[in-house]
Design a protein around this ligand. Structure first.
Ligand code: ASP
Length: 439
């Protein structure tokens, strides 16, 4: 029998009415057997996410020893969810025990994880399904990385003979036996971990949008929806800021060639977006799949005559950055020039000055120049490698919109063209490229 793993995001857990809608979705397909949930999210704009309240709880514990005031908000939210659901579940007992454990553990990760814990407890009750605590089945290794082999074993063990189960997303347990969370938005990763462990036929990721759009709808009004894209395209787009899905979440399922289906809890009849491993991916016929941009980069430009013949030049420059523990995003290069593109946040607190003087000492460049406030815009699509004139169209669109190109980097896979522009030109540039390729 095919097994579908479904992850429901924060807005799908926001109140009792939506949770009933989730129940309907799950019961509408008997293959939807294993469910991973986020903490309750916002019910309306201006509302506060439960996870954010929990971070407040932790602050309160640190300052005063216990989390009474902030925890009252959590209590209110969950008691009203139970009322709306009209189920017979002693949520107060679970809340009491949770509050006591938050006060006793005094751990930020533990506290933050309780939103997922509580919504999974409730959802298991709603579905009459087994609750499987992520603390018992998702493990991190001694380096803090997710331990796939150990987690796979534990998940399968917990699910033996179980028809339906609900897991809390976002956390697991470290080698010291303590609860540890993934980064924010990490329930997507938990969903992928469960999908991989049970070798799911599909990983359904239920959100509040009907899939991936070809670009940010705040920039272009109703952009086209992407019906299907490959894992590689997703990686490029989400890394660049298209944030429907946590960008690390693809790794567990990608390895196992499991497709991801993005669906909308509030419009379950919408087709959504399929993210496919290369073995299933068929080009859609369109040249560009999507466009995404990210602001606040710094470009360090280095020029030195005969750079190309100086063995080890690039390595010396990169060693400086490595010594300062600074991640490098791109390295566009010419014969006598190279640029290093870095997220500006990594160069704060005087680090930029230190890096520049170390580069000078290491390679004595003829020119060393810094440009700040650069946005990177990635135009992504498998269709680009086989179609002639794509970059010409892209740069003409930018020129027509009077946007100055500061940097160009075509990925070696020909899957993307990345351009650097001033931060202020970012949205205009995305809109111009979108109009060129999508009309
Ligand atoms: N609740 C967590 C967060 O707000 C994790 C998640 O929703 O995926 O980041």
């Amino acid at each position: 029998m095919a097994v579908k793993v479904c992850k429901f995001g924060g807005t799908s857990m926001a109140d009792g009415t939506v949770m009933n809608q989730v129940k309907k979705i799950i019961e509408g397909d008997k293959d939807r057997r294993y469910i991973v949930v986020s903490a309750p999210g916002k019910r309306y704009s201006g509302d506060i996410k439960i996870t954010d309240v929990l971070y407040e709880c932790h602050k309160e514990v640190k300052e005063s020893g216990s989390c009474g005031a902030a925890f009252a908000l959590i209590r209110n939210r969950f008691t009203s969810i139970i009322k709306e659901l009209n189920i017979d579940f002693d949520i107060n007992a679970v809340l009491d025990e949770t509050e006591a454990r938050i006060n006793a553990e005094k751990s930020e990760d533990f506290t933050a994880s309780r939103g997922e814990y509580l919504s999974a407890r409730v959802m298991a009750e709603v579905l009459g399904a087994k609750f499987v605590d992520a603390e018992d089945v998702v493990f991190f290794d001694e380096n803090g990385a997710y331990d796939a082999a150990r987690s796979d074993r534990a998940i399968n063990e917990a699910l033996r003979g179980v028809d339906k189960a609900v897991f809390p997303g976002f956390y697991g347990k470290d080698v010291h036996g303590k609860v540890k969370t993934f980064s924010r938005g990490g329930s997507d990763i938990s969903g992928a971990i469960v999908a991989r462990a049970v070798n799911a036929s599909v990983y359904e990721n239920w959100t509040d949008v009907s899939g991936f759009l070809a670009c940010d709808p705040h920039i272009v009004g109703s952009p086209r929806r992407i019906k299907a894209l490959s894992y590689k395209e997703l990686r490029e787009l989400s890394y660049m800021g298209a944030n429907v899905l946590h960008s690390e979440s693809i790794f567990p399922v990608r390895k196992a060639n499991i497709p991801i289906h993005i669906k909308n809890t509030f419009r379950p009849e919408d087709e959504g977006t399929l993210i496919l491993p290369s073995i299933y991916y068929k080009p859609s016929g369109s040249i560009v799949t999507g466009i995404a941009g990210k602001k606040h980069f710094t470009v360090i430009f280095i020029e030195k005559s005969l750079m190309n013949s100086q063995i080890g030049f690039v390595r010396k420059v990169l060693s400086v950055l490595e010594e300062h523990n600074i991640p490098v995003e791109h390295i566009p290069s010419g014969i006598d020039t190279m640029s290093v593109v870095i997220e500006s946040a990594a160069l704060q607190d005087g680090k930029l000055g230190l890096v520049l003087s170390d580069i000078k000492a290491a390679v004595a460049p003829d020119t060393l120049r810094v440009t700040e406030d650069i946005a990177l815009i990635a135009t992504v699509g498998h269709g680009m490698s086989s179609s002639v004139g794509t970059s010409a169209r892209l740069f003409k669109a930018m020129a027509d919109a009077k946007i100055n190109v500061k940097m160009i980097d075509q990925g070696s896979s020909e899957l993307n063209i990345i351009v650097g522009v001033n931060d202020d030109d970012c949205d205009k540039c995305i809109a111009a490229i979108y109009r060129e390729f999508f009309g």
